[in-house]
Design a protein around this ligand. Structure first.
Ligand code: AHR
Length: 701
């Protein structure tokens, strides 16, 4: 009865707290606690165990799940240079199902002929009329009948639709030429899928018989927002038109030409990330050496970029998101670039031998660094200036390859050691200030000849694995290289993680933050997913979007909570009496984890925590993760400060079940809520809701 009454008061207290936007932590001792001991968190505010790395929370990105084309990169036209070919997904490193599809003639991915009112014509892929060495294909439109009410032209459906918004300007650009008497006009229109509504239109009056660039602006009026639209280009006369490039951009973040989607950039800006690791990931490596990320082919005007098959993830990359765009993305969000350079290994096992064969790739890396940080007097610094960015960027970290430990295993030998040493020596000789990241886990025996400044550890795991391993870095040698957890995620939920995953992520993050004297950087991966059917190659991605809108998963909000709420010092924090619970551990045995699956039970704590302090403001950030479905009261004792102010702030995210999640239709079902908290001190009790992540901001005096 007494328990029921206490629970009743607690519920009433919580309700009133919500109404007033204020919560009251309870007095230190109640009869309930006397009956049942509750966990105690002991924070020694004057005992610093580590410095928090200012670079700890960042981003990792690559072209996967339509991250750039059909994602962040705001280009609306899919297959804008007519080079995309159908690729069937067979998995990373696997041979393409039908290599001949690369050569399929007359295959125009995402382009269609439109004819109405008696207009007649035909379209074809033409490889005989290259515009330059990069734009080797064109779309040939032959118009047999066109007139006042006759329409004939080409149409592009964008990446799952063209987003139409009211009173919006769309910048179109085409490279085209006429033949057989065609000199114009060309009419560009954003049209509803059923062809009945024209949302915006513009006209290019005259074109010539050699390739030229034409620009036009299409402006919508007071139309309803929709993604059920396409771009049409109609010809106003008979003859032939060759299109070499067709591009359409909506307004972009900070109005950058060739820029990024505003909504997704805003989600990222809200996380205040410290760095961006790019361009991969497997995207850097490619399935073959020929399909690796070749940065030199990704710079300059978009009409000079040939694009390449993103064959690791089975679609075409326009390379509109090229090296300079990655760097400007960093600049826009105040992030430091962390550049991964191709290190001579591709996913199907093609390897460049160390020595003379590898030298051009090492030179490419040196040139890439020069493009990034060289002044205008250097060859590649001058090229960057010519590309529109005279000012050098900041660069501290360069990573040599990606997951080269797996590469070694697949290629059946250890060549990474020698390849790494060659890159290391060349980069350090020219840029001694650059810190070099080895693309292998920290426990590696692979890197013997040169020790990297930082190792790159990757973890894709389930909840049990994450929660049972939060002490992973507690015993790591403090005098050895640092660690970048360059890719990791609790893989539960698709396309984006659910609350259960966010809780396990948060538990894992308490461990990284506690050890951030050695774990100097972390980045969740993958970052993005286009949630349309066929958009996802890798389930469990931080941010989801379709053509019109985007949303953060609960794991996104967990990242944001950690990134926005930490001091500069890790405090000594310990606990007594945290209940444990059995969790199912599924493991694959045998070499490389490819053997039989075994199942065991593992006792895992039900609460995770970490404390940091901002030395300037005195604010203590106490993070507590309650992974179970019951609220847990915890006594918090803080020593080493004269007092803690009674009023503080709590940022709290909770859910009704582990499966609850956000989605494109329910984008903010689970979000953190900030509230004032009262009744704090050096000794107080707070009940952490079921399935919750909380950051308490306490003001020490
Ligand atoms: O994040 C997806 C993939 O996982 C990355 O491309 C690769 O580095 C890792 O294996």
């Amino acid at each position: 009865m007494k328990r029921l009454l206490t629970a009743g008061w607690m519920v009433l207290g919580m309700v009133l707290g919500c109404v007033w936007g204020l919560e009251t932590a309870r007095a230190a001792t109640t009869t309930e606690e006397a009956a049942k001991p509750i966990p105690v968190l002991l924070v020694k505010a004057d005992q610093v165990t580590a410095k928090v790395s200012p670079m700890l929370y960042g981003l990792m990105t690559e072209e996967i799940n339509y991250s750039y084309d059909g994602g962040l990169y705001a280009e609306l036209i899919r297959n804008r240079i007519f080079k995309e070919t159908p690729m069937r997904r067979r998995g990373r490193g696997q041979p393409q199902e039908d290599p001949n599809t690369q050569q399929t003639p007359n295959y125009l991915v995402n382009w269609e002929l439109v004819q109405s009112g008696g207009g007649a014509g035909s379209i074809a892929l033409d490889t005989t009329q290259p515009m330059n060495g990069a734009l080797t294909n064109s779309l040939k439109l032959e118009v047999n009948s066109a007139g006042k009410d006759q329409r004939v032209g080409v149409s592009n459906g964008g990446f799952w639709g063209i987003p139409v918004r009211p009173n919006t300007k769309y910048k179109a650009r085409i490279h085209a030429k006429g033949g057989n008497g065609f000199f114009g006009p060309l009419i560009l229109a954003i049209v509803s899928n059923d062809g009945k509504t024209i949302y915006a239109r513009a006209e290019i009056r005259r074109i010539t018989d050699s390739y030229k660039k034409y620009e036009a602006t299409l402006t919508t009026g007071n139309v309803a927002t929709t993604k059920d639209a396409r771009l049409h280009i109609w010809a106003g006369d008979t003859g032939t038109v060759w299109f070499s490039l067709v591009s359409l951009f909506p307004p972009t973040y900070k109005n950058r030409p060739n820029g990024n989607r505003i909504d997704i950039m805003e989600l990222l800006a809200d996380m205040k990330p410290a760095f961006l690791r790019f361009p991969g990931g497997n995207y850097l490596e490619g399935n073959t050496i020929a399909t690796r990320f070749e940065w030199k082919k990704t710079i300059g005007d978009i009409s000079e970029r040939p694009g390449h098959p993103c064959d690791a993830w089975s679609y075409w990359s326009s390379d509109g998101m090229g090296l300079l765009e990655f760097l400007q993305w960093c600049e826009d969000l105040n992030m430091e670039p962390v550049i991964g350079v191709y290190a001579g290994y591709s996913l199907r096992g093609e390897t460049v031998s160390p020595g003379a064969d590898l030298q051009p790739y090492v030179q490419d890396a040196l040139d890439e660094i020069e493009y990034t940080i060289g002044d205008k007097g250097t060859t590649w610094g001058a090229r960057r200036a010519k590309d529109g960015h005279p000012k050098p960027f900041k660069l501290t970290y360069v990573e040599i390859g990606n997951e080269e430990n797996l590469g070694n295993r697949r290629a059946g030998g250890n060549q990474y050691d020698a390849r790494f040493a060659q890159f290391y020596d060349a980069i350090k000789a020219k840029y001694p200030q650059i810190k070099i990241i080895g693309a292998t886990p920290v426990d590696t025996t692979i890197l013997q000849t040169r020790k990297p400044d930082v190792y790159d550890d990757h973890f894709y795991r389930n909840s049990t694995q994450m929660q049972s391993d939060t002490r992973h870095y507690d015993k790591l040698d403090r005098n050895g290289p640092k660690v970048f957890v360059g890719e990791w995620a609790t893989r539960e939920g698709a396309p984006t993680p659910n609350m259960g995953a966010a809780l396990s992520d948060s538990a894992w993050m308490t461990g990284m933050e506690r050890n951030s004297d050695v774990v100097i950087m972390e980045a969740y991966a993958p970052l993005f997913v286009n949630v349309n059917p066929g958009g996802m190659q890798w389930p469990t991605d931080l941010i989801g979007y379709d053509t019109l809108t985007s949303y953060g998963s609960p794991a996104y909000y967990a990242q944001k909570m950690f990134s926005l709420n930490h001091g500069d010092m890790v405090l000594d924090a310990s606990a007594e009496g945290i209940p444990t619970r059995p969790m199912e551990m599924r493991m694959r045995g045998g070499p490389g984890g490819a053997g039989e699956q075994t199942q065991t039970m593992q006792d895992v704590p039900s609460l995770f925590y970490n404390a940091t302090r901002n030395t300037k403001t005195g604010v203590i950030y106490l993070k507590v993760v309650n992974t179970v479905g019951t609220p847990q009261p915890v006594r918090v004792k803080i020593s080493g400060v004269a007092a803690v102010e009674p009023t503080g702030q709590a940022v709290e995210m909770s859910a009704g079940s582990l499966e609850e999640t956000n989605s494109i239709t329910e984008p903010t079902k689970i979000v953190p809520v900030s509230k004032k908290v009262d009744g704090l001190g050096t000794n107080f009790t707070r009940t952490f809701p079921a399935y919750s992540v909380t950051v308490l901001q306490l003001k020490g005096k």
